[in-house]
Design a protein around this ligand. Sequence first.
Ligand code: B12
Length: 480
Amino acid sequence: MKILFINPPYDIENYYGKLSKIAFVFPPMGLMCLASYVREHRHQVYIYDFQTEDQDFFEFIKNFQPDLVGISCQTALFYNTIKLSKKIKQEFSKVPIIIGGSHGSYRPQDFFESPNINLVVRGEGEITLLELINYYRFGNKKLKDIKGISFKQNGKIINNPHRELISDLDTLPIPAIDLLDMKKYHVSPDNYLGGQVAMMNTTRGCPFNCIFCACKLAFNKTYRARSLDNVFREIKYYIDNYQISEIYFIDDSFALDRTRTIKFCNRMIETGYNKKVLWWCQTRVDLLDEEMLKKMHQAGCRILSFGIESGVQKLLNIISKKITIKQIKYGVKLARKTGLEPRGSFILGLPEETFLDSLKTIFFALSLPLIRAKFGLATPYPGTKLWDIALAEGQVRENGENWNRFSQMAAYTKYNPPYLPRGRKAWELKMLQKFANIIFYFKPIVIISFLKRIKTFDDFKYFLKSAFIMFRGSIIKVKK
Ligand code: B12
């Protein structure tokens, strides 16, 4: 069959406002995984990524004539997914449209308000999608027997039981980056280590239970890791075929398994890949020790991102982050001491957060030797405990919600934050978000770290332009 995968247009200005010009452009990892998997089963595949495609979508689709369309949809892409499905169905009324990704995993019902969507795949997609392809091709299974899907039958939404997770991730092929033009993807300037970047995922699932995180259903809380042989095959593939010099590991917690992390680092050193690629990853402050961080640095790691979230212990407890202020201080300091660039992401506007707590978080961030910090606003994505809290407080609606509000970056957009702690005002949180994001860049170590990155005149222009956009976007002009 001919399968067309689509990464729908992202109205990035809705979500980042003036910062959109300096945001990431990342390859659609979920679709690359699905495409390579079904391609192995001899189906013809194409990924149309609206972020980077030059050819007109309708010209393309008329030429390609798909038998099935699969769209990946996070909450931020919801309305565009609906609009696009309608347009596709106008031209190809018989082609089934299947949705997967974060939003449908928790709220499949939203998609069935549109008559143009045939099915929603919840959670991990590879096996479910293949079964669906076989269903459409041979009709050898009934829909009711395919796990992990939701569909509408006789006006009723049927949610089949969940699909079991893939137990051995090594059985999955390398994500199909060859279907895309890798050169069109880049990180934002503050993450720039120079050169072509590849995005990789060496594990799936996170055993923690933070109340704001929307990853639980896709991969469950079960942590599954690929073998290092398998991971290194992929790294070699990128080095040989794409001459990459940077890898961004998007694992939820890269260093969760200490023994595996040390082995990974040793192998980077033995293979000499640490001389060819620099890399960065996300991990938790409570998983670190000096020996491991030194090893990571030696193995080419340069940036370590931490989800710090708050500078107030009471709030860390409320969000079930399971870390302490002491661990944060220790972890960030240690990363810096071992030559890594520690970065932190913070959330303002958490449940029970007072104005003073927000200030404490901002000044706590400033007090840490962080090289970058990003301040988002608490966003109750469907499927999270924060959603349940917001629902109970009447701040989100079970039906008829405006998904454009769900951005984390409300201060830069025309929307108000979708969640407000008791007694707080939208304008006040928006102002604090802008203040926090901008003041951080005045720290001398932050300025120095940017200056150190400048190697060519082009780098200089790139950073100057980004700084200008950042400052322009952050001019504090918030309507009360
Ligand atoms: C890396 C990442 C990014 C990267 C790149 C994303 C990309 N291009 O793939 C960047 C930094 C750009 C990013 C941006 C954002 N992200 Co993000 N991101 C992630 C992260 C950490 C990993 C995603 C990933 O690649 N996973 C690996 C792949 C294999 O999994 P997957 O994408 O889920 O795909 C599988 C299934 O979902 C399913 N599937 C997916 N699509 C389809 C389609 C079909 C047809 C089928 C059948 C199945 C299917 O099958 C796939 C294979 O098993 C997740 C957290 C997580 N652990 O999932 C958050 C996450 C997806 N991001 C999230 C958010 C909120 C955002 C932003 C809105 C943040 C912001 N304010 O900027 C933006 C939106 C960007 C956009 N264009 O939509 C939320 C989504 C919540 C929601 N309900 O929407 C998540 C879950 C994190 C969270 N907060 O809990 N993100």
